[in-house]
Design a protein around this ligand. Structure first.
Ligand SMILES: Cc1cc2nc3c(=O)[nH]c(=O)nc-3n(C[C@H](O)[C@H](O)[C@H](O)COP(=O)(O)OP(=O)(O)OC[C@H]3O[C@@H](n4cnc5c(N)ncnc54)[C@H](O)[C@@H]3O)c2cc1C
Length: 382
């Protein structure tokens, strides 16, 4: 039986692990963090039908039912306002049928049923390919694991990618995002009646998205998957502000004072928008620099990449999780065929890489175009 080492227990790595377990392969997932609560893990993501289908095809039925139960609607018009909340457009483009999911809730669900296949506190330092066709992962705590294939699903700053394709560097897109979560009072929900709202100020853009759980996650988990740890979550409005490149905040990433920074930048905006930011749950406020990175091919072998490790979308906003989940389904299909002797492993990995680069680089481009539609390169106004 093929043993697959998955580096990183994020959205893509865990989806892959479920798909492989379902197909009968032997999987070990190795996550750098010591546990799931180590960093702020939560923000709202929108999953389009192909990503929901990838989850349905990978997860045990009861876990998929919990995904559906804890998701929320993302239908309705995408709105564009100016900073005084004058409506400029009500037909912003976006997927018609996407579902909203909270990343932390989704990650808890994805950890369900994997048990001790997932090991925390395992930060990959490097991997070694053996002459016998095996791959060994060496972790920072001095331990190691050996398998037939190693998948780098370790996110945007992937250690696997840095060793496998060292010439690829992150490109600093010279933008900074500040984000937060505000409990969903009616007047805040009214700002986001549909699949998303953009507020375009003179130089900066505030993006709003609603996360209105069909069912509160703890309650739904207790009924559908008893015993599954789940954070208590109330519905919220997620906001992301893109900070102009000339602002000092764009070059000093960190969590400190993100809310004050946003309030300073939206000084004079409509009071409802300022109240939205002022009422944010500080545990969900953070800032991060935004990077962009298209990916070249690499020599095909028993080590491959998946998700943000392979294609980091600008702003990570639009489609990174959607793309990672499709990577997972396609990689699992190839590895399963090879495991069952229906094809050669390396040719399956070659085909996967080809498809990954084509779809992934296209997704990076889509993210870039979508972002620069609202925040032109160089920080021009509107
Ligand atoms: C505010 C925001 C909103 C977003 N909204 C959307 C959206 O609406 N739709 C969408 O499709 N995408 C969205 N994204 C992007 C999406 O979250 C990512 O693209 C997605 O999580 C990528 O999944 P992944 O599995 O590749 O990486 P991740 O989910 O980042 O997981 C990587 C994992 O690897 C671990 N790791 C890192 N280094 C190591 C190491 N050396 N050894 C072991 N483990 C390691 C990390 O701790 C992490 O758990 C959004 C992102 C942000 C920031």
């Amino acid at each position: 039986m093929t043993r697959v080492l998955v580096i990183g227990a994020g959205l893509g790595g865990l989806t892959l692990a479920h798909a492989l377990v379902r197909a009968g392969l032997d999987v070990g997932v190795y996550e750098a963090d010591d546990g799931t609560g180590e960093r702020a893990q939560g923000y709202r993501i929108g999953l389009a039908p192909p990503a929901m289908e990838a989850l349905r095809a990978s997860l045990p039925q009861r876990l998929y039912e919990l995904v559906e139960a804890t998701s929320g609607s993302l239908t309705g018009p995408g709105l564009l306002f100016d900073e005084r909340l004058t409506l400029l457009s009500s037909d912003l483009p976006g997927p018609e049928e996407a579902r909203a999911l909270d990343r932390q809730v989704l990650r808890q669900i994805l950890l369900g049923d994997l048990g001790d296949r997932v090991a925390f506190g395992k930060r990959l330092k490097r991997f070694v390919e053996g002459a016998d066709g095996t791959v060994t992962a060496l972790f920072a705590d001095g331990t190691q694991a050996t398998g037939d294939v190693l998948v780098g699903a370790d996110g945007g700053n992937s250690a696997v990618r840095r060793q496998l394709v060292p010439e690829v560097k992150l490109i600093d897109a010279d933008l900074c995002g500040a984000m937060g979560r505000t409990p969903a009072a009616d007047r805040f929900l009214e700002l986001v009646p549909g699949r998303g709202t953009m507020v375009k100020g003179p130089e900066i853009t505030l993006m709003l998205g609603r996360m209105q759980f069909d069912r509160e996650p703890c309650e739904a988990a207790a009924e559908l998957v008893p015993g599954l740890p789940m954070p208590f979550r109330e519905s919220y409005v997620r906001w992301v502000l893109l900070v102009p490149p000339e602002h000092p905040a764009a070059t000093t990433p960190g969590r400190q004072d993100a809310r004050e920074l946003v309030l300073e930048l939206i000084d004079g905006w409509h009071p409802d928008l300022r109240d939205l930011v002022r009422s944010a749950d500080m545990s969900g406020v953070g800032r991060s620099k935004i990077y962009d990175r298209p990916m070249p091919p690499w020599p095909v072998g028993r080590v491959t990449l998946l998700g943000d490790a392979a294609h980091l979308t600008l702003a990570s906003g639009g489609n990174g999780a959607n793309t990672a989940m499709q990577d997972a389904i396609r990689l699992s299909a190839g590895l399963t065929e090879a495991d069952q002797g229906r094809r050669d492993l390396i040719s399956a990995l070659r085909e996967y890489q080809h498809d990954l680069l084509e779809r992934g680089n296209a997704a990076v481009e889509v993210g870039k175009q979508a972002l620069h539609k609202f925040v032109p390169a160089g920080g021009e106004a509107r």
